[in-house]
Write a protein that binds this ligand. Structure first.
Ligand SMILES: Cc1cc2nc3c(=O)[nH]c(=O)nc-3n(C[C@H](O)[C@H](O)[C@H](O)COP(=O)(O)OP(=O)(O)OC[C@H]3O[C@@H](n4cnc5c(N)ncnc54)[C@H](O)[C@@H]3O)c2cc1C
Length: 320
Protein backbone atom coordinates (compact mmCIF):
# COMPACT_ATOMS: atom_id res chain seq x y z
CA UNK A 1 0.00 0.00 0.00
CA UNK A 2 1.39 3.38 -0.99
CA UNK A 3 1.19 4.81 2.51
CA UNK A 4 4.31 2.90 3.47
CA UNK A 5 7.30 5.20 2.94
CA UNK A 6 9.81 3.40 0.75
CA UNK A 7 12.55 5.89 1.65
CA UNK A 8 12.31 5.18 5.39
CA UNK A 9 15.51 3.88 6.95
CA UNK A 10 13.78 0.77 8.31
CA UNK A 11 13.59 -0.69 4.80
CA UNK A 12 9.85 -0.37 4.26
CA UNK A 13 6.65 -2.06 5.27
CA UNK A 14 7.71 -5.72 5.11
CA UNK A 15 10.16 -5.14 7.95
CA UNK A 16 7.62 -3.34 10.13
CA UNK A 17 6.39 -6.42 11.96
CA UNK A 18 4.17 -4.94 14.65
CA UNK A 19 3.99 -1.71 16.56
CA UNK A 20 6.29 -0.01 14.07
CA UNK A 21 6.66 3.77 13.75
CA UNK A 22 7.93 5.69 10.73
CA UNK A 23 7.68 9.28 9.47
CA UNK A 24 5.83 9.94 6.20
CA UNK A 25 5.87 12.97 3.94
CA UNK A 26 9.17 14.47 5.09
CA UNK A 27 12.53 14.84 3.40
CA UNK A 28 12.66 13.11 0.03
CA UNK A 29 9.47 11.12 0.72
CA UNK A 30 6.81 13.07 -1.22
CA UNK A 31 3.18 12.15 -0.57
CA UNK A 32 -0.02 14.15 -0.91
CA UNK A 33 -0.98 14.30 2.80
CA UNK A 34 0.64 16.62 5.30
CA UNK A 35 3.53 14.86 7.11
CA UNK A 36 2.48 12.31 9.69
CA UNK A 37 3.94 9.57 11.84
CA UNK A 38 2.75 6.10 10.88
CA UNK A 39 2.31 3.49 13.60
CA UNK A 40 1.24 -0.10 13.27
CA UNK A 41 -0.66 -1.47 16.26
CA UNK A 42 -0.58 -5.18 17.05
CA UNK A 43 -3.34 -5.16 19.67
CA UNK A 44 -6.36 -3.14 20.78
CA UNK A 45 -4.40 -2.07 23.86
CA UNK A 46 -1.48 -0.82 21.73
CA UNK A 47 -3.86 1.08 19.44
CA UNK A 48 -5.70 2.91 22.22
CA UNK A 49 -2.41 3.63 24.03
CA UNK A 50 -1.07 5.26 20.86
CA UNK A 51 -4.29 7.27 20.47
CA UNK A 52 -4.14 8.42 24.10
CA UNK A 53 -0.48 9.36 23.86
CA UNK A 54 -1.21 11.53 20.81
CA UNK A 55 -3.68 13.65 22.82
CA UNK A 56 -6.22 14.13 20.03
CA UNK A 57 -3.63 14.46 17.23
CA UNK A 58 -4.00 10.88 15.91
CA UNK A 59 -6.43 9.15 13.55
CA UNK A 60 -7.16 5.44 13.24
CA UNK A 61 -6.43 3.96 9.81
CA UNK A 62 -8.77 1.06 8.92
CA UNK A 63 -9.70 0.53 5.23
CA UNK A 64 -8.53 4.04 4.38
CA UNK A 65 -11.35 4.53 1.85
CA UNK A 66 -12.65 7.69 3.49
CA UNK A 67 -9.65 8.73 5.55
CA UNK A 68 -7.01 8.67 2.80
CA UNK A 69 -8.95 10.97 0.42
CA UNK A 70 -9.42 13.40 3.31
CA UNK A 71 -5.69 13.26 4.06
CA UNK A 72 -4.83 13.75 0.40
CA UNK A 73 -7.01 16.85 0.20
CA UNK A 74 -5.49 17.93 3.52
CA UNK A 75 -8.96 18.25 5.02
CA UNK A 76 -7.43 16.31 7.92
CA UNK A 77 -3.84 16.76 9.09
CA UNK A 78 -3.32 14.26 11.92
CA UNK A 79 0.18 14.11 13.40
CA UNK A 80 -0.08 10.32 13.76
CA UNK A 81 -1.88 7.52 11.92
CA UNK A 82 -2.53 4.39 13.96
CA UNK A 83 -2.95 1.47 11.55
CA UNK A 84 -5.21 -1.22 13.08
CA UNK A 85 -5.17 -3.60 10.10
CA UNK A 86 -2.87 -6.07 11.90
CA UNK A 87 -4.79 -6.16 15.16
CA UNK A 88 -5.95 -9.79 15.47
CA UNK A 89 -9.53 -10.74 16.28
CA UNK A 90 -11.26 -7.69 14.80
CA UNK A 91 -12.37 -9.20 11.47
CA UNK A 92 -14.76 -11.96 12.52
CA UNK A 93 -18.49 -12.35 11.97
CA UNK A 94 -19.77 -14.50 14.84
CA UNK A 95 -23.16 -16.10 15.43
CA UNK A 96 -23.76 -15.54 19.17
CA UNK A 97 -27.18 -17.10 19.95
CA UNK A 98 -29.49 -14.04 19.71
CA UNK A 99 -27.05 -11.68 18.04
CA UNK A 100 -24.44 -11.43 15.30
CA UNK A 101 -21.13 -9.95 16.49
CA UNK A 102 -19.17 -8.23 13.75
CA UNK A 103 -15.55 -7.15 14.34
CA UNK A 104 -14.81 -3.53 13.52
CA UNK A 105 -12.29 -4.49 10.80
CA UNK A 106 -14.78 -6.66 8.92
CA UNK A 107 -14.71 -5.54 5.28
CA UNK A 108 -17.89 -4.56 3.47
CA UNK A 109 -17.42 -7.47 1.06
CA UNK A 110 -17.30 -9.94 3.98
CA UNK A 111 -20.71 -8.66 5.13
CA UNK A 112 -22.05 -8.89 1.59
CA UNK A 113 -21.00 -12.53 1.15
CA UNK A 114 -21.36 -13.96 4.68
CA UNK A 115 -23.91 -16.81 4.96
CA UNK A 116 -24.47 -15.85 8.62
CA UNK A 117 -25.49 -12.31 7.59
CA UNK A 118 -27.64 -13.70 4.75
CA UNK A 119 -29.45 -16.02 7.18
CA UNK A 120 -30.03 -13.66 10.10
CA UNK A 121 -29.74 -10.12 8.73
CA UNK A 122 -30.82 -10.32 5.07
CA UNK A 123 -31.67 -6.61 4.96
CA UNK A 124 -28.03 -5.84 5.82
CA UNK A 125 -26.80 -8.05 3.02
CA UNK A 126 -29.15 -6.31 0.58
CA UNK A 127 -27.84 -2.92 1.67
CA UNK A 128 -24.18 -3.90 1.21
CA UNK A 129 -24.60 -4.36 -2.54
CA UNK A 130 -25.26 -0.61 -2.74
CA UNK A 131 -22.05 0.42 -0.95
CA UNK A 132 -19.61 1.92 -3.45
CA UNK A 133 -17.77 -0.45 -5.84
CA UNK A 134 -16.20 -3.85 -5.25
CA UNK A 135 -12.66 -2.48 -4.90
CA UNK A 136 -13.86 -0.15 -2.13
CA UNK A 137 -15.96 -2.87 -0.51
CA UNK A 138 -12.86 -5.08 -0.41
CA UNK A 139 -11.03 -2.55 1.79
CA UNK A 140 -13.70 -0.52 3.60
CA UNK A 141 -14.59 -1.70 7.10
CA UNK A 142 -17.75 -1.56 9.20
CA UNK A 143 -15.91 0.28 12.01
CA UNK A 144 -14.61 2.86 9.54
CA UNK A 145 -17.98 3.44 7.93
CA UNK A 146 -19.81 3.84 11.26
CA UNK A 147 -17.13 6.15 12.65
CA UNK A 148 -16.91 8.21 9.46
CA UNK A 149 -20.73 8.59 9.69
CA UNK A 150 -21.49 9.87 6.23
CA UNK A 151 -25.20 10.82 6.27
CA UNK A 152 -25.78 8.93 3.00
CA UNK A 153 -23.86 5.76 3.95
CA UNK A 154 -25.69 2.47 4.24
CA UNK A 155 -24.04 1.00 7.34
CA UNK A 156 -24.99 3.76 9.81
CA UNK A 157 -28.63 3.45 8.68
CA UNK A 158 -28.42 -0.34 9.09
CA UNK A 159 -26.99 0.00 12.61
CA UNK A 160 -29.84 2.35 13.44
CA UNK A 161 -32.52 0.20 11.80
CA UNK A 162 -31.36 -3.00 13.48
CA UNK A 163 -30.83 -1.44 16.95
CA UNK A 164 -27.15 -2.36 16.90
CA UNK A 165 -24.74 -1.73 19.76
CA UNK A 166 -21.12 -0.68 19.30
CA UNK A 167 -18.30 -2.06 21.45
CA UNK A 168 -15.68 0.59 22.22
CA UNK A 169 -12.23 0.28 23.83
CA UNK A 170 -10.03 2.96 25.40
CA UNK A 171 -7.22 3.03 27.98
CA UNK A 172 -9.98 3.36 30.60
CA UNK A 173 -11.54 0.00 29.62
CA UNK A 174 -14.48 -1.09 27.50
CA UNK A 175 -17.93 0.39 27.03
CA UNK A 176 -20.91 -0.13 24.75
CA UNK A 177 -23.09 2.47 23.09
CA UNK A 178 -26.37 2.04 21.24
CA UNK A 179 -26.27 3.09 17.58
CA UNK A 180 -29.09 5.59 18.25
CA UNK A 181 -26.76 7.44 20.67
CA UNK A 182 -23.62 7.13 18.54
CA UNK A 183 -24.48 9.23 15.47
CA UNK A 184 -24.49 12.92 16.38
CA UNK A 185 -24.50 14.58 12.95
CA UNK A 186 -22.72 14.63 9.60
CA UNK A 187 -19.27 13.01 10.14
CA UNK A 188 -19.78 13.34 13.90
CA UNK A 189 -20.05 10.49 16.41
CA UNK A 190 -19.94 9.99 20.19
CA UNK A 191 -16.34 8.76 20.31
CA UNK A 192 -13.44 10.23 22.29
CA UNK A 193 -10.08 10.78 20.60
CA UNK A 194 -8.53 7.81 22.45
CA UNK A 195 -11.38 5.39 21.74
CA UNK A 196 -11.48 2.58 19.20
CA UNK A 197 -14.60 0.86 17.90
CA UNK A 198 -13.92 -2.87 18.30
CA UNK A 199 -17.19 -4.55 17.32
CA UNK A 200 -20.78 -4.05 16.27
CA UNK A 201 -23.49 -6.28 17.74
CA UNK A 202 -26.68 -6.75 15.71
CA UNK A 203 -29.64 -8.51 17.36
CA UNK A 204 -30.84 -11.21 14.93
CA UNK A 205 -34.01 -10.50 13.00
CA UNK A 206 -36.72 -12.90 14.22
CA UNK A 207 -37.63 -15.41 11.45
CA UNK A 208 -41.16 -13.99 11.06
CA UNK A 209 -39.81 -10.56 10.11
CA UNK A 210 -40.14 -9.09 6.64
CA UNK A 211 -37.76 -6.49 5.30
CA UNK A 212 -37.31 -4.04 2.44
CA UNK A 213 -34.38 -1.96 1.26
CA UNK A 214 -34.69 0.74 -1.42
CA UNK A 215 -32.11 3.21 -2.66
CA UNK A 216 -31.78 5.77 -5.44
CA UNK A 217 -28.34 7.02 -6.50
CA UNK A 218 -27.24 8.77 -9.68
CA UNK A 219 -25.07 5.82 -10.75
CA UNK A 220 -24.60 2.38 -9.23
CA UNK A 221 -21.94 2.68 -6.53
CA UNK A 222 -22.55 6.36 -5.82
CA UNK A 223 -23.67 7.48 -2.41
CA UNK A 224 -27.47 7.41 -2.04
CA UNK A 225 -29.56 10.43 -2.96
CA UNK A 226 -31.92 8.76 -0.52
CA UNK A 227 -32.28 5.26 0.90
CA UNK A 228 -34.96 3.69 3.08
CA UNK A 229 -34.92 0.36 4.91
CA UNK A 230 -37.85 -1.18 6.79
CA UNK A 231 -38.54 -4.27 8.87
CA UNK A 232 -41.99 -5.49 9.87
CA UNK A 233 -42.66 -8.26 12.37
CA UNK A 234 -46.18 -9.67 12.41
CA UNK A 235 -48.27 -11.22 15.18
CA UNK A 236 -51.74 -12.58 14.31
CA UNK A 237 -51.57 -10.87 10.94
CA UNK A 238 -50.94 -7.41 12.44
CA UNK A 239 -47.74 -5.40 12.66
CA UNK A 240 -46.20 -6.13 16.06
CA UNK A 241 -43.02 -4.15 15.38
CA UNK A 242 -42.18 -1.69 12.58
CA UNK A 243 -38.77 -0.17 12.01
CA UNK A 244 -37.94 2.37 9.30
CA UNK A 245 -34.53 3.99 8.78
CA UNK A 246 -33.65 6.68 6.25
CA UNK A 247 -30.25 7.77 4.86
CA UNK A 248 -29.18 10.61 2.57
CA UNK A 249 -31.99 12.92 3.56
CA UNK A 250 -30.76 14.54 6.77
CA UNK A 251 -27.52 15.41 8.53
CA UNK A 252 -27.41 11.80 9.77
CA UNK A 253 -29.36 8.59 9.29
CA UNK A 254 -32.72 8.79 11.08
CA UNK A 255 -35.48 6.47 12.28
CA UNK A 256 -38.99 7.46 11.18
CA UNK A 257 -40.42 6.94 14.68
CA UNK A 258 -43.84 8.49 14.05
CA UNK A 259 -44.37 6.36 10.96
CA UNK A 260 -43.30 3.30 12.98
CA UNK A 261 -45.79 4.14 15.75
CA UNK A 262 -48.57 4.65 13.21
CA UNK A 263 -48.07 1.14 11.79
CA UNK A 264 -48.11 -0.58 15.18
CA UNK A 265 -50.97 -3.11 15.62
CA UNK A 266 -52.37 -2.62 12.11
CA UNK A 267 -52.45 -4.40 8.73
CA UNK A 268 -50.74 -2.63 5.87
CA UNK A 269 -53.17 -1.33 3.28
CA UNK A 270 -52.85 1.49 0.75
CA UNK A 271 -54.22 4.17 3.07
CA UNK A 272 -51.97 3.23 6.00
CA UNK A 273 -48.98 2.92 3.72
CA UNK A 274 -49.56 6.43 2.29
CA UNK A 275 -49.97 7.88 5.77
CA UNK A 276 -46.70 6.23 6.88
CA UNK A 277 -44.92 7.66 3.81
CA UNK A 278 -46.21 11.12 4.72
CA UNK A 279 -44.79 10.78 8.25
CA UNK A 280 -41.47 9.59 6.80
CA UNK A 281 -41.31 12.60 4.46
CA UNK A 282 -42.05 14.91 7.37
CA UNK A 283 -39.31 13.53 9.63
CA UNK A 284 -36.34 14.51 7.41
CA UNK A 285 -34.74 17.84 6.57
CA UNK A 286 -32.78 17.16 3.37
CA UNK A 287 -30.07 19.38 1.93
CA UNK A 288 -29.99 20.78 -1.56
CA UNK A 289 -26.67 20.06 -3.29
CA UNK A 290 -25.17 19.50 -6.73
CA UNK A 291 -26.92 16.14 -7.05
CA UNK A 292 -30.50 16.81 -5.90
CA UNK A 293 -32.74 19.44 -4.38
CA UNK A 294 -34.16 19.19 -0.90
CA UNK A 295 -37.69 18.79 -2.33
CA UNK A 296 -36.61 15.96 -4.62
CA UNK A 297 -34.88 14.11 -1.79
CA UNK A 298 -37.98 14.46 0.40
CA UNK A 299 -40.11 13.16 -2.46
CA UNK A 300 -37.75 10.17 -2.83
CA UNK A 301 -38.08 9.39 0.88
CA UNK A 302 -41.84 9.07 0.48
CA UNK A 303 -41.62 6.87 -2.62
CA UNK A 304 -38.86 4.64 -1.19
CA UNK A 305 -40.66 4.26 2.16
CA UNK A 306 -43.73 2.96 0.34
CA UNK A 307 -41.68 0.45 -1.65
CA UNK A 308 -39.69 -0.70 1.39
CA UNK A 309 -42.89 -1.19 3.42
CA UNK A 310 -44.56 -3.12 0.60
CA UNK A 311 -41.57 -5.46 0.33
CA UNK A 312 -41.36 -5.90 4.11
CA UNK A 313 -45.10 -6.61 4.37
CA UNK A 314 -44.95 -9.18 1.55
CA UNK A 315 -41.96 -10.97 3.06
CA UNK A 316 -43.47 -10.92 6.57
CA UNK A 317 -46.70 -12.52 5.29
CA UNK A 318 -44.75 -15.15 3.37
CA UNK A 319 -42.77 -15.96 6.54
CA UNK A 320 -45.84 -16.09 8.83
C1 LIG B 1 -15.46 6.43 -4.45
C2 LIG B 1 -16.05 6.04 -3.13
C3 LIG B 1 -17.40 5.74 -3.08
C4 LIG B 1 -17.97 5.36 -1.88
N1 LIG B 1 -19.30 5.07 -1.86
C5 LIG B 1 -19.87 4.71 -0.70
C6 LIG B 1 -21.26 4.35 -0.65
O1 LIG B 1 -21.99 4.35 -1.64
N2 LIG B 1 -21.77 4.01 0.57
C7 LIG B 1 -21.01 3.98 1.71
O2 LIG B 1 -21.53 3.66 2.78
N3 LIG B 1 -19.70 4.28 1.69
C8 LIG B 1 -19.12 4.63 0.52
N4 LIG B 1 -17.79 4.95 0.51
C9 LIG B 1 -17.03 4.96 1.78
C10 LIG B 1 -16.51 3.56 2.12
O3 LIG B 1 -17.58 2.72 2.46
C11 LIG B 1 -15.51 3.62 3.28
O4 LIG B 1 -14.87 2.42 3.29
C12 LIG B 1 -16.04 3.81 4.68
O5 LIG B 1 -16.81 4.95 4.77
C13 LIG B 1 -14.90 4.01 5.67
O6 LIG B 1 -14.38 2.78 6.04
P1 LIG B 1 -12.81 2.54 6.11
O7 LIG B 1 -12.60 1.25 6.77
O8 LIG B 1 -12.22 2.73 4.76
O9 LIG B 1 -12.36 3.70 7.12
P2 LIG B 1 -11.13 4.70 7.07
O10 LIG B 1 -11.18 5.49 5.82
O11 LIG B 1 -9.87 4.00 7.40
O12 LIG B 1 -11.52 5.61 8.33
C14 LIG B 1 -12.66 6.45 8.30
C15 LIG B 1 -12.75 7.20 9.65
O13 LIG B 1 -13.06 6.30 10.69
C16 LIG B 1 -12.02 6.26 11.69
N5 LIG B 1 -11.95 4.85 12.08
C17 LIG B 1 -11.83 3.79 11.25
N6 LIG B 1 -11.94 2.64 11.94
C18 LIG B 1 -12.11 2.99 13.23
C19 LIG B 1 -12.30 2.25 14.43
N7 LIG B 1 -12.37 0.89 14.43
N8 LIG B 1 -12.46 2.92 15.59
C20 LIG B 1 -12.42 4.28 15.60
N9 LIG B 1 -12.25 5.04 14.50
C21 LIG B 1 -12.11 4.40 13.33
C22 LIG B 1 -10.80 6.81 10.99
O14 LIG B 1 -9.89 7.38 11.89
C23 LIG B 1 -11.43 7.85 10.07
O15 LIG B 1 -11.73 9.02 10.79
C24 LIG B 1 -17.18 5.31 -0.69
C25 LIG B 1 -15.80 5.59 -0.75
C26 LIG B 1 -15.25 5.96 -1.95
C27 LIG B 1 -13.78 6.25 -2.00
Amino acid sequence: MWLYPRTAGTGGARHLAFAGTVRCGEGTSRVKPAPFEYRVADSVEAAVAALAEAGGEAKVLAGGQSLVPMLNFRLLRPAILVDINRVPGLSDIRDDIDAIRVGALTRHHQLETSPVIADHLPVLRAAMAHVAHLAIRNRGTIGGSLTHADPAAELPMMALLLDATLGIASPRGRRTVAARDFFLGALSVALEADELVTEVVFPKLPPDTGWGFEEISRRHGDFALAAVAATLRLADGKIAQARIAIAGADERAVRASEAEALLQGKSLDGELRDAACEFARACVTPNTDLHASSDYRRHLVGVLTGKALDAAWRRAREAA
